[in-house]
Design a protein around this ligand. Sequence first.
Ligand SMILES: Nc1ncnc2c1ncn2[C@@H]1O[C@H](COP(=O)(O)OP(=O)(O)OP(=O)(O)O)[C@@H](O)[C@H]1O
Ligand SMILES: [Mg+2]
Length: 225
Amino acid sequence: MLTLTHISKSYGARGEVAALTDVSLGIGQGEFCAIVGASGCGKSTLLNIIGLLDRPDAGQVAFDRRVIDAGSRAEAARLRNELIGFVFQSFHLLPRLTAWQNAALPLQYRGVSRSDRRPRALEMLDQVGLKDRAEHLPSELSGGQSQRVALARALIGAPRLLLADEPTGSLDSASANDIMALLRRINREAGLTIVMVTHDRDLAARCDRRIELHDGQVVSAEAAA
Ligand SMILES: Nc1ncnc2c1ncn2[C@@H]1O[C@H](COP(=O)(O)OP(=O)(O)OP(=O)(O)O)[C@@H](O)[C@H]1O
Ligand SMILES: [Mg+2]
């Protein structure tokens, strides 16, 4: 469903920091991929380019063989809204909104009325096992619960692709396991394509496939055994 061809990206006024060099990669519909590699090797940069949050200096990103117009921010934003859900290490919940209001945010941005948002958000919270916390503020939730709210928010717009940058990075190992199990279940039951950056070798081993980066290049992209 997703094809990257000859992607390069560098940072700095003169492009002196090469974050990605000539990365080509295909990710199939329904795959659950881990992106692994040392700190600074370009994992987040790669995820941001896949998620159309950042543009490559060279190369192409295509969804379903349709090449994304690298020049058009409006087109990128529209596709991002329509196709992609994101979760991050640090949840990014809005502190003054309750769990269900946070989960419903993408619907609000799409102009869905409040009375229609609430039942859909409660349904999503139920799917991530958090219906009983719907009226709580983020400050009243544990890390694992906060990440479930973030996951509900990422999924509420029915994306084709879920991108997760260290989703368990700030959780204890029990909560990390719960989130991983939830991602695995969503992948299996809904056939959702997931790309997850992780430092955790055990979690990476539970994915279908590991894509390993080293200094901005793909050094291995093996399929599941
Ligand atoms: N906005 C930026 N400006 C300048 N350099 C950047 C920027 N973002 C990333 N870099 C550099 O690009 C390289 C790749 O960074 P990236 O964040 O993709 O690494 P990472 O693999 O996600 O690391 P980590 O595991 O620590 O999150 C690093 O050398 C980093 O310092
Ligand atoms: Mg990173």
